[in-house]
Design a binder for this molecule. Structure first.
Ligand SMILES: [Zn+2]
Length: 118
């Protein structure tokens, strides 16, 4: 396979730092499991003055949770792809083991399956 591994590894590392920076704004690392992120709850010392504010806070927490979920699952894909790169299996389909089309990897460096098995 003539994949430019350095290029893809760099793409993955860059996206990983971006994701971690974004995650840092809505969540913090689980001290017991560094790869796991926990949503940071809104400041509970600030008592909402009215019911509407309470609802706002709840909505905020829900949004943070869904943002966190999406970022974390993307981060997991990135880490998986980096792990595959370490094992020399980067760019191989997780289902059939065949080479993933390079154009597909350029569109998504963390793709783990070929188009057929997506
Ligand atoms: Zn496949």
């Amino acid at each position: 396979m003539a994949l430019d591994l350095d290029y893809f590894r760099k793409q993955l590392e860059e996206e990983k730092s971006e994701l971690e920076a974004q995650l840092g704004t809505v969540a913090h690392r689980n001290p017991d499991a560094p790869e796991d992120w926990v949503v940071t709850p809104p400041d509970l010392n600030v008592m909402p003055a009215a019911k509407e504010e309470m609802a706002d806070q709840e909505e905020e927490l829900e949004n943070a949770a869904s943002v966190e979920y999406n970022l974390e699952s993307r981060l997991r894909d990135i880490n998986e792809a980096l792990e595959k790169a370490r094992q020399g299996k980067y760019g191989l389909c997780a289902v059939g083991g065949e080479e993933i089309d390079e154009a597909r990897l350029r569109a998504n460096a963390a793709a783990v399956t070929c188009v057929k098995h997506a």
